[in-house]
Ligand binder design. Sequence first.
Ligand SMILES: O=C(O)CCC(=O)C(=O)O
Ligand SMILES: [Fe+2]
Length: 345
Amino acid sequence: MTNTVPAAANPSYDQLPIIDLSDADRGPEARARLHDRLHGAAHDVGFFQLVGHGVTAAETDALLAAMHAFFRLPEADRLALDNVGSPHFRGYTRTGDERTAGARDWRDQLDIGAERPARIPAPGEPAYWWLQGPNQWPAALPELRAAALTWIDRLGAVADRLLRELLTAIGAPADFYAPVFGAHAHPHLKLVRYPGSADDGTGQGVGAHKDYGFLTLLLQDRIGGLEVQRADGRFHPVPPLPGAFVVNLGELLEVATDGYLRATNHRVVSPPGATERFSVPFFYNPRLDARIEPLPFPYASTAPGATDDPGNPLFAEYGYNELKGKLRAHPLVAERHHAELLSPA
Ligand SMILES: O=C(O)CCC(=O)C(=O)O
Ligand SMILES: [Fe+2]
């Protein structure tokens, strides 16, 4: 059987393909092998484990220390940052206030983005400008701000390299999307805690969803619970791999490649009992007003078309794609600040 698309590096459902980004610097042969594996992983699975990314254990430990300190703050300190007070969807979401796939998630989290002044959309301007605005930081933990903003810069640089290698791997110009990133890109970071299982028996840590942007780089601890929908339609666990980032493709890469690369559904099953799980997803997103042009690449003619789900339309103008998700996930923020954007039930 011939197959022009290279097979995923590891076809087993027991672990995701493992991609070593440092192969890009080991000469033309190693780089060509990297491109084969990356192509296969991105096309066949939409998820992989990234090693050789250059982020050190010390850098990771600094972020994790700040995150753990945040979740150890008295609840009142965390609630002082309640995102219900932010029309920009920034700040703290208490456990049970977030919804995915129409049901309650069982996690609490701090949402952080690029630190910019609020931009209130004028009449006639796109509503997604609401997503730009200041973060909320805990007064009792000043080091969190530096740790989080440093992480956004660091992972943004890794994601930038990875996107270039991925575009090269599928035969596209490496810098095709460079204009939609740069100084006005809209990265997003979440510090997340899953506080064990809710008593409703659903096991929903976070419900099945796709991410909205280009690439997500996730740091997960050793507890496990992340699951990815594979080609057989079933959700398979992603066993933690120490030192690796779990990478997945977001909806914009699906739009850009007309479905040749896919944004893959994933979810988190709550840890058992009172076990806590921590994770840090970093979302590599372009500027809000980026309009994602179709990618010129040699496999474009074989692309099946992007997913057509009336319940989850994919928007090529990035800001609308993120706003759709935020309004759905944070109904309390949406009702308080953006009632005019909610479609009548
Ligand atoms: O916590 C995780 O492992 C994944 C979280 C996730 O998929 C998300 O927040 O988009
Ligand atoms: Fe996600």
